[in-house]
Design a protein around this ligand. Structure first.
Ligand code: SAM
Length: 242
């Protein structure tokens, strides 16, 4: 499927994204460190610190990938589930867990789609997601599902790229990501579209303030946007309305 066709419908985006992450899964941690100039780990530490995790809380990390955020939340004592749509990502997360010695709490990794979660209402105190919301086939559906599985007063924390509002900043940012993404895709996979998906998905994303508006409309209060990297990235913090 071509990159443009990926955005034709929710179903085509779901299929494209799953295929993409299956392809890059084994190099995902390396690529993420490279593309973020080593900053990704720091942003995730900030997210987990802001999550204010309490021991024995029930936590869900969506689009968990190879498990970074889920492991950090579990290390703070939460009973944590990591969910992802890509089997290979889950296998890598499981392998990391198996290799870790003396981990505090073990994470339960599960296959699933964050627009249709296999949990009852109010099952979690905390939902986290790193680069999850921008990748879903249906943003409204995913936010509604997060609201459903959170307890009233439960917290959502999300880290993602932003879609900068000033047109000039956005143009330079997307151009940069397209050029770097194409080069990296060619070198690593002989396919320039592999990482051109990132700017393509940002173009179609409502951006940090658009996501904040949807969160408010879909059952969240105390919604905050924390700019990261001069606003090129952002963190969302929100509370499930009581
Ligand atoms: C960029 S990776 C982020 C991985 C991890 N959260 C991190 O921060 O490193 C995006 C992840 O979203 C997953 N994903 C995409 N669409 C999804 C969906 N609808 N439901 C669950 N996971 C999804 C992909 O399989 C991939 O592992």
């Amino acid at each position: 499927m071509s990159l443009n066709a990926a955005f034709d419908s929710p179903d085509s985006k779901r299929r494209y994204v799953r295929q993409l992450f299956s392809t890059i899964a084994d190099r995902y941690d390396l690529i993420t460190a490279l593309l973020s100039y080593g900053q990704d780990a720091r942003w995730k530490r900030t997210l987990v610190a802001l999550a204010n995790v309490r021991p024995d809380e029930r936590a869900l990390d969506l689009a968990c990938g190879t498990g970074d955020i889920a492991f950090a939340v579990a290390a703070r004592g939460a009973r944590t589930v990591g969910l992802d749509i890509t089997l290979r990502m889950l296998q890598l997360a499981d392998a990391k867990q198996a290799a870790a010695r003396g981990a505090a709490r073990r994470v339960r990794f599960l296959g699933g789609d964050m627009t249709s979660l296999p949990f009852p209402p109010g099952a979690f105190d905390l939902v986290t997601t790193g680069y999850g919301l921008r990748n879903v086939p249906d943003l409204t559906g995913a936010i509604s599902e997060i609201a459903r599985v959170l307890k009233p007063g439960g917290r959502l924390l999300s880290l993602d790229f932003n879609r900068p509002e000033p047109a000039a900043v956005r143009a330079v940012y997307l151009w940069y990501l397209t050029v770097v993404g194409a080069a990296l895709g060619w070198v690593l996979h002989r396919d320039p579209d592999t990482y051109r998906y990132i700017p393509a998905s940002i173009r179609r994303y409502p951006g940090a303030h658009g996501v904040a508006e949807r969160l408010r409309a879909l059952g969240f209060s105390h919604v905050r946007v924390v700019p990261v990297l001069f606003g090129l990235m952002s963190l969302h913090l929100a509370e499930r309305s009581r």
